[in-house]
Design a protein. Structure first.
Length: 369
């Protein structure tokens, strides 16, 4: 049985190498919360709470995660004895919602469990692939030329699929330009729920462009609208924000609201829940891929491990650390070579957190023993 003796939270701020435009503003740095466990037996685990700073992707923010972690999750973790990460996830499930916050704590349990069991995290999860196929996510650029430049450099780096963010006013025209300039590159688009049912014409046009998928066209809870759109399109709809748990997935599949699933460790509430979504999707014949939240090296390592599972048959958003950060929180960066990220075969997370660097970039801390 495992009992956690020490829990540390570090709110860490890293500069971004390429500022990206969100629906609200341009970002130049990101803050994520790193979670460190030490068990009574001396085993160590790390997790990452990769919430965006504002409540625009989900309802969570870095500050809401900080408060929920400090006031509710730390007490649960310190009071629970567990033999498997799923048991700790079960104890944390009495906290409603707050999936990003719970995901960081669940990830720390898995990385500790894998390290203490002397197996790689990927193997502990049931992963079977030696490498993860890497796609890259490109934000809204100031001009189409700037976007084409981004695509060219990422394709030259070897990325095997390009995802383009779209929003009203930045959709058919830039996507058509990318398809014309790079006809052989697999492309998909991600709307992050920015459209409504009155925008059907945009999706009819996108449907002609041979895209791999159209991700999250409508608002998260608009399941019926997604089903109606999917019935009119050849291009598969991929759900992201809509699916926060396995029940959402079952509902979406029953309604025909999508044909592909983006599994994010953060959005699902951790690796335990991501694994369950993978198993359900696989049983239903639904292809999945691993989405990202601009993770630092710890969350990114979990994404790589998850992507080694057999149902991850599409390229994941597992770019190298260098796409976002000049220096990552691990002693070695995560590297994407020729469009693939190797799944580590060393026990535990597979990358060593750089504690000195983490402390130097920390803007707030909590330590409970
Ligand atoms: O919808 O996939 C998304 C980042 C922040 C919020 C939403 C999304 C994203 C990404 C990031 O696309 C992809 C990555 O981490 O490489
Ligand atoms: Mg998305």
């Amino acid at each position: 049985m495992t009992r956690i003796a020490h829990v540390s939270l570090r709110r860490v701020r890293l500069p971004l190498v390429h500022e990206f435009q969100t629906s609200s503003h341009a970002k130049r740095f990101l803050e994520h919360i790193l979670v460190r466990y030490e068990s009574t037996g001396g085993a160590v685990g790390w997790g990452e709470i990769a919430s965006p700073s504002g409540p625009f992707y989900s309802a969570e923010t870095v500050s809401s995660c900080w408060a929920v972690a400090r006031d509710f999750l730390i007490p649960i973790v310190r009071a629970t004895e567990w033999d498997h990460p799923a048991a700790l996830a079960g104890a944390m499930a009495k906290v409603r919602g707050n999936h990003f916050a719970r995901a960081g704590f669940d990830m720390a349990a898995w990385s500790l469990f894998a390290a203490a069991s002397d197996v790689p995290l990927a193997a502990a999860l049931g992963g079977t692939r030696a490498r993860a196929e890497a796609g890259v996510s490109l934000g809204i650029e100031p001009t189409i030329d700037a976007l084409l430049e981004q695509v060219a450099s990422r394709v030259a780096e070897g990325y095997r699929r390009v995802k383009l963010k779209i929003a009203p006013g930045w959709d058919v025209e830039p996507v058509r330009a990318v398809r014309a300039a790079f006809p052989d590159v697999p492309v998909h688009v991600d709307a992050n729920g920015a459209y409504s049912e009155s925008d059907i014409a945009v999706f009819s046009s996108l449907d002609e462009l041979g895209l791999l998928m159209i991700e999250q066209p409508f608002a998260p809870r608009a399941l019926v609208a997604h089903a109606a759109l999917q019935s009119r399109l050849r291009t598969p709809i991929c759900l992201d924000e809509t699916v926060e748990d396995v029940d959402d997935l079952v509902t979406a599949l029953r309604l025909g609201a999508g044909r592909v699933l983006n599994i994010k460790v953060s959005r699902m509430g951790g690796l335990t829940h991501a694994l369950r979504a993978h198993d359900v999707a696989r049983a239903e014949g639904v292809p999945v891929w691993c989405g990202g939240m601009h993770e630092f090296g710890i969350g990114r390592a979990a994404n790589v491990a998850l992507s080694s599972l057999p149902g991850f048959t599409l390229p994941s958003d597992v770019s190298g650390s260098d796409k976002y950060y000049a220096r990552d929180v691990t002693t070695r960066p995560i590297v994407c070579a020729d469009g693939w990220v190797d799944v580590p075969s060393t026990p535990g997370l597979g990358w060593e957190p750089d504690r000195e660097f983490i402390e130097s970039m920390t803007v707030d801390r909590v330590d409970v023993s």
